[in-house]
Design a protein around this ligand. Structure first.
Ligand code: FNR
Length: 358
């Protein structure tokens, strides 16, 4: 059944049928006016391809390597809190899907089940995403658990100095079942470059800084020894009126100048989006809502199907662009263009209602 879906549009419609209003709002909503959310899509919609012809694309390899791992496509699964809202297994089916398909899963520190259970669910490497919710002792304890559980890398999320006003769930008074497991949000607002250094040293794992949005901070992060710059505005869920994630990528690529690897996220919905991000200098993209929609539509099988469709789209676009491998994608394969749709968080799908799916 799930395998019969031919477009991720169908998975999203199925997810909408299965989720009650509160869970849907929690997944799709952004902060305040949702300007950042819409700009995430607009940034992709403003890029066009410059396809090259008469290139041998009879064999296409869409894979890449990242953190020493082969990724079947240049994408990882972004951390999503409270995955149990979309499937009772929470992070387990997502990690199973990542293993089955062949990409990395970043496990959120605010999802169920316990980080050890998710780590043990499959034998493949995983990334752990950390929010700082306590003092130094709290941090040392959780990092000890992350290392003991065998996580391959640590991603520290730093775009939540204040929790934003997410008005879709606020307006319906929706309370996530796990909201009570967040011990103390105040510590997030007190983080500095110095505390980041301490956390990075304490972990001794490949370190990813998630939530970088400017060249200045990217340069600082590299100076502080960060191995992976994760360009993200949290899927438009934190600061309102920011630039789209893809819009901030060029200045960050320039500032990093090859000294760190780069992930970008925010609005990635199609194989063509992955190619645009690679052309602008990212090493890989991260998938947030797409993962939630796949999970809600069909558990682990839904996430795998979502990824298979994304891979099909990617291979097709690579063939038409005239690139047989990810390494062959260059900035010359894209150019700026006028968007053909109004800024809209579902702008990738032709049959989605214009305006929000309620
Ligand atoms: C998130 N995101 C997120 N980020 C993080 O570092 N820790 C977390 O626990 C969460 N939780 C979370 C829940 C939900 C429902 C969403 C939609 C997003 C942000 C996420 O990792 C990623 O940055 C964005 O989702 C990327 O944008 P797209 O792909 O959703 O447009």
């Amino acid at each position: 059944m799930i395998g019969d879906y031919v477009s991720n549009e169908e998975l999203i419609q199925e997810a909408r049928r299965r989720l009650h209003q509160g869970a849907w709002d929690y997944l799709v909503g952004g902060a305040a006016s949702e300007t950042t959310l819409r700009r995430n899509r607009l940034a992709f919609d403003r890029v066009a391809f410059r396809p090259r012809i008469l290139v041998d694309v009879s064999e296409i390899d869409p894979s890449t390597t990242f953190l020493g791992q082969r990724l079947r496509i240049p994408a990882i699964l972004a951390p999503i809190g409270s995955l149990q809202v979309f499937d009772p297994g929470g992070a387990i089916p997502v990690t199973q899907a990542a293993t089955e398909f062949g990409i990395l899963h970043s496990v959120s520190s605010v999802t169920l089940p316990a980080l050890e259970e998710t780590a043990a669910a499959t034998p493949t490497p995983k990334i752990f995403q950390l929010y700082i919710h306590g003092d130094e002792r709290w941090t040392a304890e959780i990092i000890g658990r992350v290392k003991a559980a065998g996580y391959a890398a640590l991603a520290l999320t730093v775009d939540v100095a204040h929790y934003s006003r997410r008005e879709r769930p606020m307006l319906t008074r929706y309370q996530r079942p796990s909201q009570s497991i967040i011990p103390d949000r105040n510590y997030l607002g007190a983080l500095t470059w110095e505390t980041m250094d301490q956390i990075r040293e304490m972990a001794g794992l490949p370190f990813m800084l998630k939530g970088v949005q400017t060249a200045e901070d990217a340069a600082l992060a590299v100076e502080h020894g960060v191995e992976v710059i994760w360009v993200s505005n949290h899927g438009g869920r934190q600061i309102d009126h920011a630039l789209g994630g893809l819009d901030t990528l060029p200045e960050i690529v320039q500032a990093v100048a090859g000294r760190a690897r780069i992930i970008v996220d925010g609005g990635v919905q199609r194989g063509s989006d992955i190619l645009k991000a690679i052309a602008l200098g990212a090493d890989a993209v991260a998938l947030g809502r797409l993962q939630g929609w796949g999970l809600a539509a069909g558990g682990a099988a839904g996430v795998v199907r979502m990824l298979e469709i994304l891979e099909d789209e990617l291979i097709c676009e690579m063939g038409l662009l005239g690139v047989a491998s990810i390494g062959a994608v260059t900035p010359k394969h894209i150019c700026p263009a006028e968007p053909v749709t109004p800024p809209h968080e579902m702008s990738s799908w032709v049959n989605m209602p214009v305006g929000r799916i309620q």
